[in-house]
Design a protein around this ligand. Structure first.
Ligand code: ADP
Ligand code: MN
Ligand code: MN
Ligand code: MN
Length: 336
């Protein structure tokens, strides 16, 4: 049924924060299942994934999505990166999560990730004046009106694209700093939420191209008295979602309190600029949990406390985090 444009998407070896890469392969359609797609290769010396002398890396398709931009029959293909000899590449953080999530599949872990990001128009946040600053924060969060929000047309296009791709996007909102927005993915399982978050990020950058606007996941895009950008990660296991779950959530918080540094190490680079203890964050050097507390590391939502079961919100991950690593850390600490 004709030629299909398959956009192979992978995560590169850029440090400290990896970047998305992609290229197009034309395949014979229709493609209904990821197993129909061939492996592919790329030049790892251009993505900080190999030396020039031995530069081939392998791309293995792991999940597919409808391509909302090219439309009908075309697909987006999430890939894992392997070395030429078939071993897992060191930049491939998905492989470890794949094994761990299988090991703890009986726990039925669910994740909902809130992705905050900031639009930039050249060197300044979208909608900001050429010189100086907009009015101080206060009216922008969930605001309406051309003096309050900037970039809504892009945000709406992105939301529509995520829905067309069948991503489990669950909402969007304008954020506290003007030009800053959020979308949420989930709740779904660890591999699903992570693949979908990366695909949603790819779509955001790609749609931004059409507007000449970039989106950054920098955790503190503007220094000073302006909110940073995080990726709050909401987590539950089956037993947390059932009667008596609050006890399980509290014991998870206790386990997390003993592994704070290990978690911070994989929660995104430059996160110390954001986790200051101000702007609805807890200091990076403290660990606290509490009901409805947006100044804590872990918030137990009010609804969860009232019901006696539900989920917890880890407020520490920064906007630029790798969801494969964050999901791994949470399952590893809480389920073990
Ligand atoms: P906030 O009040 O922190 O801004 P949001 O509404 O932006 O909260 O995000 C809450 C997230 O929690 C959503 O992504 C949602 O999918 C997720 N979520 C809801 N229930 C669960 C659950 N049981 N387990 C994990 N995540 C959940
Ligand atoms: Mn939110
Ligand atoms: Mn938010
Ligand atoms: Mn939140």
């Amino acid at each position: 049924m004709g030629k299909v444009k398959a956009e192979y998407i992978w995560i590169d070896g850029h440090t400290p924060t990896s970047k998305l890469r992609s290229k197009t392969k034309i395949v014979n359609g229709p493609i209904k299942n990821v197993d129909q797609l061939p492996d592919w290769g790329f030049d790892g010396s251009s993505t900080q994934q190999a030396e020039g002398s031995d530069s081939d890396c392998l791309l293995k398709p792991v999940s597919i999505f409808k391509d909302p931009i090219r439309g009908e029959n075309h697909i987006l293909v999430m890939c894992e990166v392997f070395n030429a000899d078939g071993s897992v590449h060191k930049s491939n953080s998905r492989a470890a999560l794949r094994k761990l999530s299988e090991k703890f599949s009986v726990e039925e872990c669910w994740f909902g990730i809130e992705q905050e990001y900031t639009f930039f128009d050249g060197i300044k946040p979208l909608g900001w004046p050429d010189n100086g600053f907009p009015a101080p924060q206060g009216g922008y969060y969930c605001g309406v009106g051309s003096d309050e929000v900037y970039g809504r047309d892009i945000v709406e296009d992105h939301l529509e694209a995520c829905l067309l791709a069948d991503l489990e996007i669950s909402g969007i909102n304008a954020e506290v700093m003007p030009g800053q927005w959020e979308f949420q993915v989930g709740p779904v399982g660890p591999l699903e939420v992570s693949d979908q978050l990366w695909i949603a990020r790819w779509l955001l950058y790609r749609i931004g191209e059409d507007y000449g606007v970039s989106a950054t996941l920098d955790p503190k895009p503007v220094k000073g008295d302006w909110n940073g950008a995080g990726a709050h990660t909401n987590f539950s296991t089956k037993s947390m979602r059932e009667k008596g779950g609050l006890k399980v959530i509290e014991s998870a918080c206790e386990k997390l309190s003993k592994k704070h540094d290990e978690h911070i190490a994989v929660y995104g680079s430059n996160n110390e600029e954001r986790l200051t203890g101000l702007h609805e964050t807890c200091s990076i050097s403290d660990f606290r949990y509490g009901v409805s507390d947006r100044g804590a590391s872990i918030r137990i939502p009010m609804g969860t406390a009232n019901d006696g079961f539900g989920y917890l919100e880890d407020r520490r991950p920064s906007a630029n985090m790798d969801p494969y690593k964050v999901c791994f850390a949470l399952i590893d600490t809480i389920c073990n």
